[in-house]
Design a protein around this ligand. Structure first.
Ligand code: TXA
Ligand code: MG
Length: 331
């Protein structure tokens, strides 16, 4: 059930959260499926609705940076990091910190840490403020499928469960938040997102480790279970241009070029439908899931997708693209 953003619907949805129900809301990254983070039963319902493995912890969403003290125990170096990183809040950055006991183990999947984020979205912030609760929320997709960037995507996936979806239009960032662990004195990126390693290092003025490149050396208490799971796949088979794909006259191509004039004839002739996401990484990020959702409905035999260089935001884009190619095996 899609609900327009207005005062009345915010009050209704906030009451649902207080009553232990699940509500979907927009953020600048993707839509979230939220419940009261302090209510174990409500959080359990999120896992059930999504079909999410219980080993994968949830992000707790807040509306005021001071709420961190209610949920986390910070050492002085973590306070210093936070003080610098708050320039990115509200925004697409989740911080993993040592949790207080008030956060139920189901939220953190048994870990002693919790990921905290303050989204940059008027609808989300109004809802959290009205509910006056910390909100545990994963992306509002069935586990393993594409993340939602419109209210319609969420409604389609959760219609049969009657989940209310507050409509905030299209997400402006389009990829899930960067997840940064602050559990050790060297910060570690656990998931790439819009806030890149370069941006983090500029603000922190120290080196940040790319934990996604060195999973095997990460201590178990740092590792993010989400890093190991196959993710974000459309139902239609998706291939990288560098992969072997079958021949068909009913296939689509997602290009990271600006227009047809930049394509070679081979691609032009091979594909029935071509979408140009441009070569601007922010635009690619914003539209990637949206286009995959759209093409997935058009019943192509398969989709082939371009690659971009893995620098800056390109790391987050190629992480989502390779996971979506269906061939990332569950490790
Ligand atoms: O942009 C986003 O982050 C969206 C919106 C709704 O805020 N949420 C989102 O949540 O993408 P989800 O559940 O789809 O992804 C959360 C990621 C997972 O990879 C999970 O393993 C990791 O964060 N994570 C959560 N808590 C963690 C913790 N305590 N330690 C390590 N990783 C954690
Ligand atoms: Mg997710």
């Amino acid at each position: 059930m899609i609900l327009e953003f207005n005062k009345e619907n915010i009050i209704t949805c906030a009451q649902k959260l207080k009553d232990g129900d699940v509500v979907s809301f927009p953020t600048e990254t993707v839509y979230g499926l939220g419940a009261n983070a302090l209510n174990e039963k409500a959080v359990k319902e999120i896992y059930r609705l999504k079909g999410r493995p219980s080993i994968n912890p949830l992000i707790v969403h807040i509306y005021d940076i001071n709420q961190i003290d209610d949920f986390c125990i910070l050492e002085s170096y973590q306070k210093e990091f936070l003080n610098k990183l708050k320039v990115f809040w509200p925004g697409p950055l989740s911080l993993v910190l040592p949790k207080k006991d008030i956060i139920p183990n189901i939220v953190s999947a048994g870990k002693p840490s919790v990921a905290i984020r303050m989204p940059k979205h008027e609808v989300a912030l109004s809802l959290f403020k009205e509910a006056n609760l910390p909100i545990a929320a994963p992306s509002a997709n069935i586990s393993g499928f594409l993340s939602p960037t419109t209210a319609f995507h969420v409604d389609e996936a959760f219609k049969k469960f009657n989940v209310p979806v507050l409509d905030g239009g299209n997400c402006t960032v389009g990829l899930e938040s960067t997840v940064l662990s602050l559990l050790k004195e060297t910060p570690i990126i656990l998931r790439h997102g819009f806030i890149t390693k370069e941006k983090l290092e500029n603000v922190l003025e120290i080196e940040v480790i790319d934990g996604t490149k060195s999973k095997s050396i990460l201590p178990k208490d740092i590792l993010s279970p989400g890093m190991l799971l196959k993710h974000y796949s459309p139902c239609t088979p998706l291939y990288l241009t560098s992969e072997k794909y079958p021949q068909s006259d009913n296939a689509a191509y997602i290009s990271f070029k600006n227009s047809e004039s930049e394509l070679n004839d081979d691609v032009k002739n091979k594909f029935k439908h071509i979408v140009f996401l441009t070569n601007d990484k922010e635009l690619i990020a914003k539209k990637l899931f949206y286009i995959l959702h759209k093409l997935d409905k058009m019943r192509f035999d398969y989709i082939v997708i371009d690659s971009c260089d893995e620098t800056g935001l390109g790391l987050a884009i190629m992480d989502r693209v390779t996971r979506a190619t269906n061939k990332t095996v569950q490790k």
